[in-house]
Design a protein around this ligand. Structure first.
Ligand code: SF4
Length: 88
């Protein structure tokens, strides 16, 4: 499993396909749709309900993109293998 790094500000991990997923924990308002759309990638942590990554390869890239699109405040960022931000 890829390594997930979660700090006060973000939860971040690189997928096997090279894409990086980042949840901006300062922005996250615990709305939850990300963990419904991509439940094997994101969970809402018990302490404050914010979304953290549990496994960046848990769901397909399409599902992760859909989860990012489902976030009402666009707190999920996706970068491709070259570091270019592809969402939002
Ligand atoms: S959808 Fe966005 S605001 Fe809601 S829990 Fe996920 S990252 Fe946080």
């Amino acid at each position: 499993m890829s390594q997930v790094i979660t700090t006060e500000d973000k939860s971040e991990a690189v997928r096997k396909d090279g894409y990086t997923i980042t949840v901006d924990l300062n922005k996250c308002i615990s709305a939850g749709p990300c963990s419904i759309v991509a439940p094997l990638t994101f969970i809402l942590r018990d302490t404050d309900g914010k979304a953290i990554i549990i496994d960046p390869d848990g769901d397909s890239l399409e599902k992760v993109k859909e989860a990012a699109r489902s976030c009402p405040i666009l707190a999920i960022l996706i970068r491709d293998a070259s570091g270019k931000q592809i969402f939002p």
